[in-house]
Design a protein around this ligand. Structure first.
Ligand SMILES: C[S@@+](CC[C@H](N)C(=O)[O-])C[C@H]1O[C@@H](n2cnc3c(N)ncnc32)[C@H](O)[C@@H]1O
Length: 335
C-alpha cells in the first residue's frame, strides 16, 4: 500500500498554530510532509482509524490528499473512482485583505476547464457524508493539489471555506465580513428576519449593519460610540454600558441570538455569555474569541467543552478567512 497523506488549509499566518494543533491532537499518527503558505500536508503513519476526525480550530478544509496535478487531465485521473459528488476549486493563498481579482480570474479559468471534463453537479446542496473533490490552485506554474473530503455538519459549505463577499463601502467595520461569513456557515441568513439579537461589543457596528440588513432587531452593548448610520436605524438600540454592568431590565423580553465580539480573553467572554445564555436562553450564538497568545490557544479545548454545557445546539469553532488572530464559535438550536 502506498503511504497516504492528509492536507489542510488555513488562514494566512496560522500555519504554525495549525501544525501545533495537529501535533497535539494526532501526534504519532500524522507527521508533517510539506508546507506552503496556507496549505500543509501530513504523512499518515500506518492506517487512519475508521472514526478519524481531523477536527481542531485552525484547519479550514481538511481531507485526504490524492496528489499533485500539473494538468486538468491529471486532475480527472486522480478523481476517478473517488465517488466525489461535488467539486470545490479555490486559491491556496488568501491574503489578509482578500483574494485579488486576477487570482479569482485564474481560479475561475481553471475551474471552467476542470468542470468541462469533470461535470459534477455543484448546484445540489451539500449533505452529510457527501464526498467533495478539492482542487487547490497555487501560484502561477505550481501544480494543483487534489484532495477529497467528506462533508460533515459544522464544516464550511463554500469552496475552501472562502467567501467572495467584499466589504461594502457603507459597512462601519470589517466585522461585517465576519458576521456575513458566520451566518452563511450556519446557513441562517433567511431565518434572521424578525429575530432579536443581543450583541456584546457592538461598536462601531459592522456586525450590527449585517444583522440589520437581514431584518433582525439589534441591541448593541458597548461603552464606545456606534457609527451614526447604525445608530439611526429604527431597529437598532444602543445600550451604552459595559457587558458586566448590563442588567436584565435593560433587555427586551426575548433575545433570540447572542453575539459577542468583545476584545477580551475568551475565558472572560464565556463567563459573560454564560450568564446571559443560561438566563435567556437563546436560539443561536455567534462568538468571536481572540487567540492572541499560546496560553489562550492551550486553554481553548477546556473553554469549548464548558460552552457545550449551556450552548443552544451543537458547538462548532473555526477560524474563518475573515478572522484575524481569533476564531469564531457558533451554535444554533431549535425551538
Ligand atoms: C472588535 S470591537 C467590536 C467590533 C464590532 N462588533 C463591529 O461590528 O464593529 C470590540 C469592542 O468591544 C468593546 N468592549 C470591550 N470590553 C467591553 C465590555 N466589557 N463590554 C462591552 N463592550 C466591550 C470595545 O469597546 C470594542 O468596541
Amino acid at each position: 500500500m502506498p503511504p497516504s497523506f492528509l492536507f489542510a488549509t488555513c488562514r494566512f499566518g496560522s500555519e504554525p498554530a495549525l501544525k501545533r494543533e495537529v501535533a497535539m491532537r494526532h501526534g504519532g499518527l500524522l507527521t508533517p510532509a510539506f508546507m506552503r503558505p496556507q496549505l500543509i500536508t501530513w504523512k499518515v503513519q500506518g492506517e487512519l482509524p475508521a472514526d478519524f476526525r481531523f477536527g481542531g480550530l485552525f484547519a479550514q478544509v481538511s481531507g485526504r490528499s490524492l496528489g499533485m496535478a500539473e494538468t486538468v487531465a491529471e486532475v480527472v485521473a486522480l478523481a476517478a473512482g473517488t465517488g466525489a459528488a461535488h467539486l470545490h476549486i479555490f486559491p491556496r493563498e488568501v491574503p489578509e485583505e482578500g483574494v485579488p481579482e486576477e487570482t479569482w480570474a485564474r481560479v475561475d479559468a481553471a475551474a471552467a476547464e476542470i468542470q468541462a471534463l469533470l461535470p459534477l453537479n455543484d448546484q445540489k446542496p451539500l449533505r452529510p457524508a457527501d464526498y467533495v473533490l478539492d482542487v487547490i490552485i497555487g501560484a502561477e506554474g505550481e501544480p494543483m493539489l487534489v484532495g477529497l473530503h467528506q462533508y460533515q455538519p459544522g464544516e464550511f459549505k463554500t469552496p475552501g471555506g472562502l467567501s467572495r463577499a467584499s466589504l461594502p463601502p457603507e459597512a462601519p467595520s470589517r466585522a461585517w465580513l465576519k458576521m456575513e461569513q458566520s451566518l452563511s456557515w450556519l446557513g441562517v441568513e433567511k431565518e434572521l428576519k424578525g429575530l432579536v439579537v443581543l450583541e456584546l461589543g457592538s461598536a462601531p457596528g459592522g456586525a450590527s449593519h449585517s444583522l440589520l440588513s437581514h431584518g433582525a432587531t439589534v441591541y448593541g452593548v458597548d461603552t464606545v460610540a456606534m457609527d451614526e448610520r447604525v445608530l439611526a436605524h429604527p431597529q437598532f438600540h444602543h445600550l451604552r454600558v459595559s457587558a458586566g454592568d448590563l442588567q436584565p431590565d435593560m433587555l427586551p423580553d426575548q433575545v433570540d441570538v447572542l453575539v459577542s465580539d468583545i476584545n477580551l480573553e475568551p475565558r472572560i467572554i464565556c463567563q459573560y455569555v454564560e450568564k446571559f445564555a443560561t438566563r435567556l436562553p437563546p436560539l443561536g450564538m455567534i462568538l468571536t474569541l481572540k487567540i492572541n497568545s499560546a496560553k489562550v490557544e492551550a486553554e481553548m479545548p477546556a473553554i469549548i467543552q464548558r460552552v457545550r454545557q449551556w450552548a443552544p445546539g451543537p458547538v462548532y469553532v473555526r477560524q474563518l478567512s475573515s478572522n484575524r488572530r481569533e476564531v469564531t464559535l457558533v451554535s444554533w438550536g431549535d425551538r
